[in-house]
Ligand binder design. Structure first.
Ligand code: AMP
Ligand code: ZN
Length: 467
């Protein structure tokens, strides 16, 4: 399998540390608010990657953190802890906030048919391990203390900008305008490993004792601690969104590698942004849409999953309601075509099945080209060279990666009597011919049979049982 590695800026053949097993770490959500559909795009990407690896025969050991402390309102070291801020606004404890939004996140991923990573670890459950890494960094001279915090000294780490491609001096220029809240910091680009209960964080509710006094960990150290605890070092694949490249992942690499002298992960993969009105969708920007909003507008979470699959994970995706409607339409049409194909009696041409399987697989192993894989699914369903039975076999196989629950969708469609379906289709043809009065008569006929027909913007329809 060839995967694009942000670290080396090229596609590389995957060679797991341990033959046949892939150690896979994904940065998880910061649970101070609902996940937005941009965040969820990144988790759909990681899910399809896991499924693709399993499809290729690997055993996947997947670990994800839950950030429930230490992520400040800026990804750097200024601002408040997002949890303490949300707690103050809602009169709840930071722990209650984290628990509530963790559950909401787990519901969201379930509805998107995202496989839950086997190991999910909240940052607050590994404070001991985080402190152990910081102690090593202090002992090795990579970290220093001020009266407010313990910092990682970036100038001491040779390859600091390797992941982002940004040299330290470029990073410093970029960081020039950052708010520096600690005058004792040696360098603005140094990042916090541990915050003391001092200065702005004097009244921080969540705190633990450490060799540097009571305090709480900086955001990045949790991922270093959790990934190495469960996967060892180096492990195979690390994922996140592209916004993590410059700061969070760069800092993860620096602290883990400085502490152990070993690389953290071999392949770094980053999902591109979901944009709205050409801007990054972000919780902090208030321009975000949640899965619940989609459902309130009548979409199913799998309509959104389908939309995600239409764009490569390394391409930006601009969110429009019209594109979501088109995705729903395509998804419904696909399910309908599959229902219809079940009745097809033709015999498969000899090579057709194999050549479609090969084509599908070729897309998947080419850096997870799922738009390509989806196109092969359509080709299979429309094929004149395959029997209905073989089509269903392929759909079942391809859906192991796409995760669209296509056979369930087909069962739901198949439960509609064929007489009802054929009236609905006749009505659709009449509508296309703009014979609306006749089409309306058929709508009434469908209602009498207990079905309401709903037209979608792309010219398709769906049937809802009303009695
Ligand atoms: P957070 O909950 O803010 O820690 O983010 C969770 C994940 O969503 C991270 O991997 C981010 O990189 C990713 N992410 C944040 N915003 C977007 C976006 N607009 N589109 C895609 N992924 C995003
Ligand atoms: Zn992380």
């Amino acid at each position: 399998m060839e995967l694009y590695n942000t670290l080396t800026r090229k596609k590389e053949a995957l060679k797991p540390v341990k033959k046949g097993v892939v150690g896979f770490y994904s940065c998880g959500p910061t649970v101070y608010n609902y996940a937005h559909i941009g965040n969820l795009r990144t988790y759909v990407f990681a899910d399809t990657l896991q499924r693709a690896l399993e499809y290729e025969g690997y055993k996947v050991k997947r670990v994800m953190n839950i950030t429930d402390v230490g992520h400040l309102t800026s990804d750097a070291d200024s601002g408040e802890d997002k949890f303490e801020k949300a707690a103050a606004l809602s009169q709840k404890s930071p722990q209650e906030i984290a628990k509530f939004y963790t559950q909401a996140f787990l519901r969201d991923i379930k509805e998107l048919n995202i496989k839950k990573p086997k190991i999910i670890v909240p940052a607050t459950k590994t404070i001991k391990e985080q402190i152990a890494i910081i102690k090593k960094l202090v002992a090795k001279g990579y970290a220093y203390q001020t009266s407010l915090a313990v910092y990682f000294e970036v100038a001491k780490f040779k390859n600091y900008g390797q992941l982002s491609g940004q040299s330290l001096s470029e990073k410093l220029t970029a960081a020039r305008d950052d708010v520096v809240e600690d005058e004792e910091k040696k360098n603005v680009a140094d990042f916090a490993l541990w915050f003391k209960l001092a200065g702005r964080h004097q009244k921080h509710i969540m705190h633990w004792s450490s060799p540097w006094g009571e305090g709480f960990p900086g955001w990045h150290i949790e991922c270093s601690a959790i990934s190495s605890k469960y996967l060892g070092q180096p492990f195979d694949i690390h994922t996140g969104g592209v916004d993590h490249i410059g700061t969070h992942h760069t800092n993860e690499i620096a602290q883990s590698e400085a502490a152990t002298g070993k690389p953290l992960a071999r392949v770094w993969m980053h999902g591109e942004f979901l944009l709205i009105d050409s801007n990054k969708m972000a919780k902090s920007e208030g321009n975000f849409i949640t899965l619940q909003t989609l459902k309130d507008k009548g979409f199913s979470p799998l309509d959104y999953r389908y939309l995600c699959l239409t764009a490569h994970y390394r391409s930006r995706l601009n969110f429009f309601w019209e594109s979501l409607a088109a995705a729903r339409n395509a998804y419904e049409n696909l399910a309908r075509l599959i229902v219809e194909s079940q009745a097809e009696k033709r015999v498969s041409k000899k090579t057709a099945f194999k050549s479609l399987t090969n084509k599908f697989q070729a897309s998947v192993i080419d850096d997870l080209d799922l738009p390509g894989a989806l196109a092969v699914l359509w080709e299979a369903v429309k094929s004149q060279n395959l029997s209905g039975k073989d089509k269903i076999k392929l759909v079942k196989d391809f859906d192991k990666i796409l995760g669209l629950e296509l056979l369930k969708a087909v069962q739901a469609k198949a439960a509609i009597p064929s007489a009802v379906l054929s009236i609905a289709k006749k009505r659709q043809v009449l509508r296309e011919q703009k014979k609306f009065a006749e089409a309306d008569k058929l709508r009434l006929e469908l209602a009498k049979k207990g079905y309401e027909v709903k037209d979608s913007s792309g010219g398709g329809f769906s049937l809802l049982r009303i009695k």
